[in-house]
Design a protein around this ligand. Structure first.
Ligand code: ACO
Length: 716
């Protein structure tokens, strides 16, 4: 790389968020441009020209003088002017040289279409690394390799070999799969879906979804960001960028390939509860990313967010001309956590006065099968102006007297008169309703065949509105003042001792250093020390075997509770030692831990498991021995888990919360103290990335205060 000017490390441009060279190049070259119809190098040339791209286009081909009516150059070095972007479509063996020549020419960005890189194995990976190095060396950004290219309808530019150029619109679509992208482009025109940008991410050697999400967040022409992703390489950065983007506009992600391999092997309760998909669900929800579960859902949501306004609340009104779909939709509204609106008195009176006696005047409103356009329009207008309604779902079935075209026009009139409320439709039928569906689609009212996807969209919009509201009113987190020195010292001793699991007394010390109320524990090595410790702590006490190798102490007779006197302490010490030696003759025992016996409280668990992608996840739920049976837990990313309301919301997702508030006449527990322990645990695991897992189980909750009885900490 003779003229290599500077080294750009991957990620430098990430922070700049500038992808002008790719989306708005003043000039571009196609390396591997071809006259031969049917070749990718020809398709790209024609796509660029046909897209209406206004900049200079330089075909590069060693043999040709002219391609698609434009002067062709034998090499990029021979091009007379500057070149901002080069699309490379030559075989893999020639890409490296071509990229080097682009670097020499001062090209800002590359789009490498060519396949045959890391997706093919070791040799391909090596080639990709060299290509990336060339890009870094010359300060070039790179999309791909192994991609379809990119399209921007507003520039306009179509630097891809896609068969279709989409309708101009406001959705930015980023796809890791070229095939899915091509299929969607073809389908989108018929579906009336418009795109601002479409990017095929390919192997993501340099630029990834993170860069394009950031770019789309700042793009004035983009209203919705849509991603199909198979893997996320830098989880933390992804969350940071996608989270910032989600505060500005909806980010909808379909993440495929969620497998067990993504989840870390877990030895703790918390780890076992987390499972592989949970980290994604938690992380996405926490930073406001809307998660689609299927391709259909991805595009339904895209349509909803692109065409609809955001509802003010979760109250849905349904207007229908048939009972069955109305009932199905009502069930679905409630199953999805939305609410059927309770109409205002005035609405009900108006409906009663103007609709036939047999009509359903409460929600769902059934205008009956013989309804003419006026009756539909009347009912729609009334629910639209009802202050207790946040969004409207209109269901239509074809009868012999139904006039779908006129009805659709009436719905459009009502929507236009009240543009602040979202309106969705489900026209359940086929040929009879097709024209009506088309009219709605072109007027921007999302229309489905069945009610469920429409309700799913309303839910997506509503959840996003909650996130936006939460983000706007985000409180400043409460800070924790920890004693890091003590924790460091404990970990130092543990590592020196060639262990990864802390003993109970060590774990209690770590917890206490962070203000987590651990029940006091003293490690003793003989019966007399144990008696002295019990005297210091105060009776009654509990004795537990201390050995990093014994995970389930009760199973080997390693725990004695309710010890009241020095004699009982001596006896318990000897009995525990004998029992453990009998079960596990070779196990190393560090001694016996004496712990103050705490009064029984509501049993909770607070824990942490570390996800390889997104870092530490904090769990809260019902504790005790049935924790894995009931699986009553909520998770949050530890990073930034400081706000009281944020943590309280986490608590409300569990049944344990009902107990904490005082179940069946029981007095309420100290919820503020629980919130505080969660906050402190989150801070502890964020401060010490070497902590692998934590289980605080049981954590006893009292009317006043808490007590962490058993704390397990493993480090790496
Ligand atoms: N500079 C400029 N032009 C050159 C150079 C060079 N150094 N070397 C060769 N060329 C010309 C060739 O002469 C040829 O032009 P011609 O048609 O006038 O002869 C043109 O560049 C292309 O070179 P070919 O050797 O003919 O290569 P071909 O077009 O067959 O294949 C391609 C190139 C398309 C990049 C191929 O290697 C490839 O990777 N195909 C797969 C692409 C792909 O699938 N990408 C992933 C998308 S994801 C998805 O689709 C689902």
């Amino acid at each position: 790389m003779k003229g290599c000017r500077f080294f750009r490390q991957k990620g430098v441009h990430d922070r700049m968020g500038e992808l002008t060279g790719l989306f708005r190049p003043g000039s571009l070259a196609v390396i591997g441009a071809s006259r031969a119809r049917g070749k990718i190098g020809n398709a790209i040339m024609r796509n660029i020209i046909e897209s209406g791209y206004q900049g200079k286009i330089y075909p590069i081909n060693p043999k040709e003088k002219e391609i698609e009516g434009l002067t062709s150059y034998p090499s990029i070095g021979a091009v007379p002017g500057d070149v901002d972007m080069a699309v490379i479509s030559v075989p893999a063996s020639k890409v490296l040289v071509a990229a080097g020549e682009c670097g020499e020419k001062g090209v800002k960005a590359l789009t490498v279409i060519t396949a045959g890189f890391k997706e093919t194995g070791k040799e391909g990976l090596d080639l990709e690394k060299k290509l990336l190095k060339t890009c870094h060396c010359y300060g070039m950004q790179m999309l791909g390799p192994n991609c379809v290219g990119l399209l921007d309808t507003h520039t306009p530019i179509n630097a891809s070999f896609a068969a279709t150029f989409p309708i101009k619109g406001d959705i930015a679509f980023l796809s890791q799969s070229g095939a899915i992208l091509l299929a969607i482009l073809d389908w989108s025109s018929a579906a009336g879906l418009g795109f601002s940008k479409v990017v095929s991410l390919g192997n993501k050697a340099d630029l990834s979804e993170i860069d394009f999400i950031q770019d789309a967040a700042n793009d004035p022409y983009t209203r919705v960001i849509l991603c199909y992703i198979e893997d996320i390489v830098d989880g933390a950065r992804f969350l940071e960028v996608a989270g910032q983007a989600a505060r500005k506009k909806p980010v909808i992600v379909l993440k495929s390939g969620v497998s067990q391999a993504g989840a870390q092997a877990a030895s703790s309760h918390t780890g076992a509860l987390a499972g592989s998909d949970l980290a994604y669900t938690t992380a996405f929800a926490q930073c406001g990313i809307i998660r689609a579960r299927s391709m259909t859902e991805l595009f339904d949501l895209a349509m909803a967010f692109s065409k609809s306004v955001i509802p003010a609340g979760n109250r849905v009104a349904i207007v229908t001309n048939s009972g069955g779909p109305g009932i199905i939709a009502t069930d679905n509204v409630e199953q999805k956590g939305l609410a059927m609106a309770r109409f205002d008195k005035k609405t009900i009176e108006d409906m009663r006065a103007n609709l036939p006696q047999e009509a359903g005047i409460y929600n769902p409103v059934d205008v009956l099968g013989d309804a003419g356009v006026e009756r539909f329009e009347f009912a729609l207008e009334k629910v639209m102006i009802d202050p207790n309604v946040d969004s409207v779902l209109f269901l239509l079935c074809p009868t012999a007297v139904t006039r779908p075209v006129e009805i659709s026009q009436a719905l459009i009139r009502v929507r236009d008169a009240h543009p602040d409320k979202p309106v969705f439709a489900a026209y359940t039928g086929g040929k009879c309703l097709a024209e009506g569906v088309e009219i709605l689609s072109s007027a921007g009212i999302p229309c489905f065949t069945f009610p469920e996807p429409a309700i799913e969209c309303i839910r997506g919009l509503y959840n996003y509105s909650l996130y936006r509201r939460g983000a706007e009113t985000a409180e400043n987190g409460v800070s924790v003042k920890p004693d890091k020195k003590t924790v460091k010292a404990v970990f130092y001793d543990v590592i020196k001792d060639r262990r990864l699991t802390l003993m109970g007394s060590e774990a209690a010390e770590v917890a206490s250093a962070y203000g987590i109320p651990a029940a006091p524990v003293i490690l003793t090595t003989n019966p007399e020390e144990a008696v002295a410790a019990a005297g210091e702590l105060g009776y009654p006490v509990v004795l537990k075997v201390a050995s990093p190798k014994i995970m389930h102490k009760t199973d080997v007779g390693g725990v004695k509770i309710g010890i009241q006197t020095p004699e009982e302490v001596r006896l318990a010490f000897i009995e525990i030692m004998e029992s453990v030696h009998r079960y596990l003759p070779k196990v190393i025992i560090y001694g016996i831990e004496v712990q103050k016996m705490m009064p029984k409280g509501t049993e909770l668990i607070v824990g942490m498991t570390r996800d390889v992608q997104f870092g530490p996840l904090i769990a809260f739920g019902l504790g005790g021995i049935y924790v894995n049976l009931f699986k009553d837990v909520a998770f949050r990313l530890a990073d930034g888990l400081t706000g009281t309301r944020q943590i309280e919301e986490m608590l409300t997702e569990t049944k344990a919360y009902t107990l904490l508030r005082g179940y069946r006449g029981e007095s309420p527990r100290d919820i503020a103290a629980v919130v505080d322990v969660i906050r402190r645990t989150a801070r502890l695991v964020t401060d010490f990335p070497e902590i692998n897992e934590i289980d605080i189980n049981p954590l006893f909750a009292y009317e006043k205060g808490l007590s962490a009885l058993d704390i397990k900490i493993t480090i790496s």
